[in-house]
Design a protein around this ligand. Structure first.
Ligand code: FES
Length: 106
């Protein structure tokens, strides 16, 4: 696994999202009421830019802007059609120095 520094935890307050380049991937890191989640910015239905539309911080759900499938940010599991396959999620944590760290496959 490789570690990517996302920024300080103050820079990603509750209700915010940041897109993070990670090699060939782009990953959205979300702060849902203090809990951090990371999911690939690619919808499992038709490769839409999953993290670049609306999301619901109070429910920790992201809504694909292309056809409207809703995904659980914690698990990547789709909650509505037209998507039926999960989107990869990644471990994300806050280091002792307050920096958010994303773990992605090498
Ligand atoms: S590309 Fe996301 S729902 Fe179709």
């Amino acid at each position: 696994m490789a570690e990517i520094e996302v920024g300080s935890v103050e820079e990603l307050p509750p209700g915010s999202m940041r897109l993070v380049p990670a090699g060939a991937l782009t990953i959205g890191v979300f702060n849902c009421a203090g809990a951090l989640y990371a999911i690939e910015d690619r919808c499992s239905h038709d490769d839409g830019p999953l993290c670049e539309g609306d999301w619901e911080p109070e429910l920790c759900i992201v809504v694909c802007p292309r056809h409207g499938a809703r995904f659980d940010l914690q698990t990547g599991i789709p909650m509505t059609l037209p998507a039926f396959e999960s989107v990869p999620t990644y471990p994300v944590s806050v280091r002792e120095d307050g920096v958010i760290v994303l773990e992605v496959p090498d």
